[in-house]
Design a protein around this ligand. Structure first.
Ligand SMILES: [Zn+2]
Ligand SMILES: [Zn+2]
Length: 187
């Protein structure tokens, strides 16, 4: 099920989360992050740990407003990180004829989040996931099997490739776009 919903920040009279006083003149105009913005902003922050040159993606698995697990894309633990010289790109052709490029070294962010939960014995059934980009078809298949209910994504990535699987599985895909200025405190 594909939904396209932009989630806006909640207005509040609270001061900035960083604790800095914005001053009397601006009191009442500070906005508090809504839950969707909050978790997507965390996903963007986590993406900054990614190492593959193909792109930096972050993922956060959430249930009942609590973070259960996180992940970013990169090489398996203890193995060399990707960089400009050892990122090993391979090409694959989708049944519709479009060519996709991926890196042999890299585990995708959402799979790493699932692996972290498995490692620590955290159940993620009936949870939601926030990802900075919509999942590839391979990750989507795993997200279905671990019991993810809703996938929230920021940037679309080849959504046409996963449309049929979304429809057949019933898993929800919802866009949560976070504006650049909302990704962190600028005080
Ligand atoms: Zn790579
Ligand atoms: Zn993937």
């Amino acid at each position: 099920m594909l939904e396209n919903k932009r989630v806006m920040a909640e207005e509040t009279t609270a001061g900035c989360c960083c604790g800095n006083d914005a001053g009397e003149g601006s009191r009442g105009t500070e906005k508090r992050l809504g839950w969707h913005e909050y978790f997507m902003s965390v996903a963007h922050l986590i993406s900054r740990r990614a190492t593959c040159t193909r792109g930096h993606i972050g993922a956060v698995i959430v249930r009942d407003h609590s973070i259960l697990s996180t992940g970013y894309n990169g090489a398996p633990s203890g193995l060399p990180h990707c960089n400009e010289t050892n990122c090993r790109i391979y090409r694959s052709t989708h049944p519709d004829g479009t060519v996709e490029e991926n890196c042999v070294n890299t585990i995708h962010a959402e799979i790493n989040a699932i692996a972290q939960a498995a490692k620590h014995g955290v159940s993620i059934s009936d949870s939601d996931i926030y990802i900075t980009a919509s999942p590839c078809i391979h990750c989507l298949k795993v997200l279905i099997n671990v019991g993810i209910k809703t996938i929230y994504y920021d940037k679309p990535y080849k959504i046409e490739h996963i449309a049929e699987l979304l429809r057949l599985s019933g898993i929800r895909l919802v866009q949560v776009h976070v504006e650049e200025g909302d990704k962190g405190c600028t005080c």
